[in-house]
Ligand binder design. Structure first.
Ligand code: ZN
Length: 181
């Protein structure tokens, strides 16, 4: 790769870091002196999910969506949000390596799901998380509910906006006062 600054092909390798999926090279441009890093990455088109018993299966977004749709009670079905969630989960996990433990995948899903739909989250958690006891499940639900704030869309966040007349001056300007809540 040529220098991103002066495009000179003349550079010196300063450092190299090798992992199982990537090689990172720190280079010094011999013409302009810029230090830059190049990354060579292994990209797999198959992302694997490692199950509890050690078996691996190909990550399947459709399957993830179906499990979410199954957890979503008819009344609470939010197909668009679930499709979006499945895509976001895929994007998040696939960039982190070539495989993921099914338990971790469920954690990633649940962390996002609890912000989308509480009932679906609880149903999903009950069937996909290996809760030791019903108490543990209830504790988790309580903690989640405690941390759960529903923010309606298109409403001011964090501030209450008060519009008050500006009495200090004679013109008709108004002052927007922001109060943190
Ligand atoms: Zn250069």
């Amino acid at each position: 790769m040529n220098c991103p600054n002066c495009e000179s092909p003349q550079n010196k390798l300063q450092d190299i870091a090798v992992s199982t999926t990537s090689v990172q090279r720190e280079k010094l441009c011999l013409q302009c002196g810029l230090e830059f890093i190049t990354i060579e990455e292994f990209i797999s088109d198959t992302f694997l999910v490692r199950k509890k018993d050690g078996r691996k299966e190909r990550f399947n977004k459709e399957k993830l969506f179906n499990s979410l749709a199954h957890a979503a009670h008819k009344k609470h079905a939010v197909p668009d949000a679930l499709t979006k969630l499945a895509t976001e989960v895929e994007e998040q996990v696939v960039t982190q390596g070539n495989e993921i433990e099914s338990r971790l995948l469920a954690e990633v899903v649940m962390n996002r799901l609890k912000r989308v739909d509480m009932v679906t989250y609880i149903r999903y958690a009950a069937s996909y998380r290996a809760f030791v006891s019903a108490d543990e499940l209830l504790d988790d639900i309580r903690t989640t509910l405690d941390n759960f704030t529903y923010i309606p869309p298109e409403q001011p966040l964090l501030f209450d906006v008060d519009v008050v007349p500006n009495t200090e001056s004679n013109n008709s300007e108004t002052v927007i006062r922001l109060q943190s809540s």
